[in-house]
Design a protein around this ligand. Structure first.
Ligand code: GLY
Length: 369
């Protein structure tokens, strides 16, 4: 087991990474919670696969537990499901000392974390992420929330978990497409500030996606260390945490244009977005063209699309609409988008003064029109 600590003073917490942690979850959770009572929140896709092992480990550790199984899918990150979850928890007479346990991907983690933030003005929670994307990104750093009709993640809270358990063996139950999409977020950390990690991924990425357990654990640990460092320095995103949005501004536009549907998974959109972010950096004379090629080559090597027009069942992309979506992103301040650009792989930085004409050129180069 590898342990990474998120350094946040009295709210500091460990992320344990390793194969088979689900069966030890009870023993790992017991020492960090206030009373031996937990409430597990999961969904219909994850429950049949992993809930029995978790409940058995809670029993073995002598923890009293309840659970609720919510519908699978992004639609669960809604006011309606939040209300229903809170009512379920209150009906079960949870107390301030009860700990919620999120067993699932980003949707369950974000919703459960937000419920924990507001329930009885705040209860503790533990994250057990079951997708690669959740293990390297959404379960770490305390961003919780739901979607509204105005956009994704627009209502939420910063609420740090007490513990994160990333069981690398549960990733075996993911489909290859979901795994690859999560992998894009792993690559992101290399592009942000860790060129040696990017080079390591070029060598080990394909094996990692095939299932090599050691490579998986190492990659997840490196990603979590990077995220822990960034979140530790800027928990509420007043500066450098925004680097974690590399590829997200462009990616968000593609996702919005496909209605956040299965046409384009979040990680797939981030992969496209990173390529556009580096392409824009090249157009601005900031980044060597070879670095975009290198990124493109690696993403293609692992089977991620780098051309928006090659995305199966993609719409005919419209430059104006994509630019409009970018302008509606929640990272816009005073009408300006903060771009994450790069001077090369491993050298990302934030830039607010980007010529909109160059952005348009970049988007047009990828989608035509
Ligand atoms: N997923 C970006 C962040 O946690 O800040």
């Amino acid at each position: 087991m590898i342990t990474v600590t998120v350094p946040l003073g009295e709210r500091c917490y460990p992320i344990h990474i390793g194969a088979g942690l689900l069966s030890q979850a009870g023993a790992l959770i017991a020492p960090v919670i206030r009373r031996p009572r937990v409430f597990v929140v999961t969904d219909t896709a994850v429950a049949p696969l992993h809930l029995p092992a978790l409940l058995a480990s809670l029993d073995a550790a002598g923890l009293v537990h309840d659970h609720v199984v919510l519908p699978q899918g992004e639609g669960t990150k809604s006011f309606a499901q939040l209300e229903s979850l809170l009512e379920t928890l209150l009906a079960a007479r949870v107390e301030r000392s009860t700990t919620l346990v999120a067993l699932g991907g980003g949707v369950i983690g974000d919703l459960t974390g937000f419920a924990a933030a507001v329930l009885l003005r705040g209860v503790d929670f533990v994250q057990i992420p079951t997708t690669l994307l959740a293990q390297v990104d959404s379960s770490v750093g305390g961003k919780t929330g739901i979607n509204t009709r105005h956009g994704k993640n627009l209502v939420g809270a910063f609420h740090q978990p007490r513990l994160v358990l990333a069981d690398t063996a549960v990733l075996d139950t993911l489909g290859p497409r979901e795994l690859r999409a999560g992998y894009a977020e792993v690559v992101k950390y290399g592009v942000i500030d860790d060129a040696p990690f990017f080079a390591w991924l070029e060598q080990h990425g394909p094996a990692l996606l095939e299932g090599a357990p050691q490579a998986r654990a190492e990659a997840i640990a490196t990603a979590c260390r990077a995220k822990a460092r960034i979140v530790g320095a800027d928990e509420r995103e007043s500066g450098q945490r925004a680097l974690l949005n590399l590829g997200h501004t462009f990616g968000h536009a593609f996702e919005a244009e496909t209605g956040f549907s299965r046409t384009l998974f979040h990680g797939e959109a981030v992969a496209l977005g990173m390529v556009l972010a580096l392409d824009l950096s090249v157009r601005l004379g900031l980044c060597p063209a070879e670095d975009v090629l290198r990124l493109t080559r690696h993403l293609e090597d692992v089977g991620l699309a780098v051309d928006p027009r090659a995305v199966p069942s993609a719409p005919v992309w419209d430059v104006d609409r994509l630019l409009e979506h970018m302008g509606h992103d929640k990272k816009v301040a005073d009408g300006r988008i903060t771009f994450v650009l790069a001077r090369g792989i491993g050298r990302a930085f934030l830039e607010r003064e980007v010529d909109p004409q160059r952005v348009r050129e970049s988007v047009r180069a990828f989608v035509g029109g």
